[in-house]
Design a protein around this ligand. Structure first.
Ligand code: PLP
Length: 381
């Protein structure tokens, strides 16, 4: 099976982790700071705070912004559930905006429509690795005087009009899950230029306690003060060492992802059996996912049939995502229902993610193309 994504671990990565295992600090040590500095430097942000997952990064970022009980936060419905969940964790209400049909990124018109005097923040999602249209999204957030957060779980390394993702929004969250661009096993990071957000984030990942263990040791004191209700969301030094080593390879991996995506684009623009998502000329796409739309009307069979056949032919296709507002939890707890975000709902019926990861061989990407063309072609002929 060619999976839809997979990690890349080499001898340097293994050596970095081994070194930490033999050191004095397994967690809250120097590697965490080194990883934070490396990511901040890479994306062009002043502060970075490492946490234990992408979901923890979103939760921590939403806390840093001050999201609390009863606050409305606008999120796109075409995303992984944890974007919206991060608002619910804090007692807030996610308000679902629809996406644009071509690129499945949050639609500025729908966003504008969902903003009210109760809106406390906006979370944009760089779906598939393509940065949102940040000039327009930022304009809506600024006119409504609310902060803009990015769920950049798909877009580490992406660029929007010469600005690296992580330096565009008020606060940005990344994930280092193994299918993402770089991995720490599980892990995540928040980046921001705002010192107050960074301080709140640092406390939140450590139970809401105002000084960490290293600082207390340096000051030779046992005292600590818990000022917020935080969590243990700390990333270990083992994981940070892996992240530091992985980050060095990020640019070459993004280049490779773009090569493979370019090859898919070219093949599908000729054969036209499937429709790739629209890519803006103003971005460097990070291609976490390569998503195509199936020609459902001319196929006469549901997407599920194609999905199963492709899986049967060892092409590890996937579907990202069922719109969040269609999940039972959201329907039961927040009363969301079909019809709330029609573009996302329609897209959901026809999208399929094709395998894409840096270590994929040319032979494998050719096999994906020919299998998709043959399989879809059979139903549309
Ligand atoms: C992966 C992902 C997350 C969550 O990241 P974890 O590290 O798995 O917790 C959140 N949002 C999006 C869009 C993601 O793809």
């Amino acid at each position: 099976m060619i999976p839809y994504g997979r990690q890349n671990i080499d001898d340097d990565d293994v050596a970095s982790v081994k070194e930490v295992l033999a050191s004095d600090w397994l967690t809250t040590g120097p590697k965490v700071k080194e990883f934070e500095d490396a990511v901040a430097d890479y994306v062009g942000a002043k502060y970075a705070v490492a946490v234990s997952s992408g979901t923890a990064a979103l939760h921590t970022a939403a806390f840093a912004l001050g999201i609390g009980s009863g606050d409305d936060v606008v999120v796109p419905s075409m995303t992984f559930v944890s974007t919206a969940n991060s608002v619910v964790f804090l007692g807030g209400n996610p308000v679902f905006a629809d996406v644009s049909a071509g690129d499945l990124l949050i639609d500025a018109g729908s966003l504008e429509h969902k903003m009210t005097s109760d809106t406390k923040a906006v979370i944009a999602v760089d779906y598939a690795g393509q940065p949102c249209d940040y000039d327009r999204i930022r304009d809506v957030a600024e006119r409504n005087e609310v902060p803009l957060m990015a769920d950049a779980s798909h877009s580490l390394g992406a660029v929007y009009k010469d600005r690296r993702v992580g330096s565009i929004c008020d606060i940005t969250a990344f994930s280092f899950h193994p299918v993402k661009h770089i991995t720490t096993g599980e892990g995540g990071m928040i980046v921001t230029d705002n010192p107050r957000y960074a301080e709140r984030a640092r406390r939140f990942r450590n139970h809401g306690i105002s000084a960490d263990r290293a600082e207390r040791e340096k000051a030779a004191t046992w005292e600590y003060d818990m000022v917020d209700l935080g969590f243990n969301y700390r990333l270990t030094d083992l994981q940070s060492a892996l992240g530091i080593s992985q980050l060095k390879k990020l640019d070459s991996w993004i280049a490779r992802r773009n090569d493979i995506a370019g090859k898919y684009d070219e093949a599908f623009s000729k054969s036209r059996v499937v429709e790739p998502l629209v890519r803006s000329p103003e971005v460097i796409h990070a291609y976490h996912l390569y998503v195509v739309k199936l020609p459902l009307e001319s196929m006469g069979v549901p997407r599920e049939t194609l999905f199963k056949e492709l899986r049967g032919k060892d092409i590890g296709v996937n579907v990202h995502y069922m719109p969040v507002h269609m999940h039972s939890y959201y329907m039961n707890r927040f009363g969301t229902s079909r019809g709330l975000c029609p573009v996302a709902e329609d897209a959901y019926e026809r999208i399929i993610s094709l395998p894409l990861y840096p270590s994929m061989s040319d032979e494998q990407s050719s096999r994906v193309i020919s299998t998709v063309e043959d399989t879809v072609g059979e139903y549309t002929a």
